[in-house]
Design a protein around this ligand. Structure first.
Ligand code: ZN
Ligand code: ZN
Length: 357
């Protein structure tokens, strides 16, 4: 039984090119009790590998979180297989707006303690007591309400390139960090304000809304299906679009365009730019925003230090990386102190005072 990838990313890329077939990128998640995650994982791998699914999937006793791509021709087969799994029958599939055949180059299905690293002890609160789910139309109404505080549950590098107008975008690197910070900053608004939250595809809000209710917030709402589903509904039904910029996504496309507004800046020169890239020096792999001019000048690197290393022969670079682990798995953020231009932080109190004035 082949339970792991045998092809390199390069070989896979070649196969995709040779096949010349359109692939679909999609994501879904489900909180559900999975008693034998490892066995479930192996079953999925065997079935999905056969129908050429690629992606990053997390399985935990609490459920499944999947971002993947597959040949469009195999979609019905894939859907039929999902429907054979009781808790995935009719699960909402978030299909990407912008398709890219190489959004994923490997099938990685990993068993984790949790499907989202939230740092919460779930036994201390009722995770099923969630916020009220709202669709795009109701979400628009809610965020127009003066009594609403809208919170972006994503990390700073995601909201840096796109967010909902008037949203609070916490300056955090991880979801886990964001929960206590938001609770503390909003502690005076638990009773009377609407706390309206959103994230990429909805999964983070599923847990966060229950957590904030547990912490005493009375009116908690969450955007069903996240920005991905919002964008779809806005387009299909002609609703007003209140999202500005790009939606950051966790595959090789890196983002989906929602509006043409470029709200971020190149981290090196400060010019308007919202294109994320990873530093070409594999030992660094820093995720940051770089414009085309800087890309050329810095040879795809984040600093002169990395540029120098990247200029060394492959063998020497590998020698330098020895013992450092696989840097490709390290998803670093655009925070390095030497990057001169970083995000204008949107101060929560500034937003709240503007709202009340
Ligand atoms: Zn630049
Ligand atoms: Zn670097």
């Amino acid at each position: 039984m082949q339970l792991y990838n045998t092809l390199s990313a390069k070989e896979r890329e070649q196969l995709i090119d040779e096949a010349g077939k359109d692939r679909l990128t999609l994501s879904f998640y489900k909180y559900a009790h999975i008693s034998k995650p490892k066995e479930f994982r192996d079953q999925l791998f065997l079935t999905w590998n056969k129908i050429d699914v690629l992606g990053r999937i997390y399985i935990a006793p609490e459920g499944i979180n999947a971002q993947l791509s597959l040949p469009a021709d195999n979609f019905e087969l894939f859907k039929a297989h999902l429907d054979t799994i009781t808790f995935l029958k009719n699960v909402r599939l978030n299909i990407a707006r912008e398709q890219y055949n190489k959004s994923f180059l490997k099938l990685k299905i990993k068993v984790r303690d949790k499907i989202v690293a939230d740092g919460l002890n779930d036994s201390t609160f009722d995770v099923t007591d969630k916020g009220i789910h709202v669709g795009a139309e109701q979400f628009n109404k809610l965020i127009d309400d003066e009594n609403t505080i809208i919170v972006d549950m994503r990390n700073h590098y995601e909201s840096e390139i796109g967010y909902f107008k008037n949203a609070i975008t916490p300056d955090v690197d991880t979801f886990r960090d964001s929960l206590p910070i938001i609770e503390k900053d909003l502690k005076d608004y638990k009773e009377d304000k609407n706390l309206v939250m959103y994230c990429t595809g909805g999964i983070r809000c599923e847990k966060a809304s229950a957590y904030f209710k547990h912490k005493g917030f009375k009116n908690v709402y969450q955007l069903e299906g996240g920005i991905i589903e919002y964008a779809r509904q806005v387009k299909d039904h002609g609703f007003e679009n209140k999202f500005i910029g790009k939606n950051f996504v966790f595959d090789d496309r890196r983002s989906e365009l929602i509006t043409d507004d470029v709200i971020a800046h190149c981290h090196q020169c400060g010019n308007p730019c919202d294109v994320h890239t990873n530093c070409a020096n594999d030992a660094c792999h820093l995720l940051f925003i770089q414009c085309e001019d800087c890309r050329e000048e810095m040879n795809n690197c984040c600093s002169s230090y990395c540029k120098d290393i990247y200029a060394l022969p492959d063998k020497e670079q590998k020698e330098l990386r020895k013992g450092q682990g696989n840097s490709n798995d390290i998803f670093k953020k655009g925070r390095a102190d030497y990057l001169p231009f970083k995000k204008d932080l949107r101060n929560i109190f500034e937003i709240l005072s503007k709202k009340s004035s």
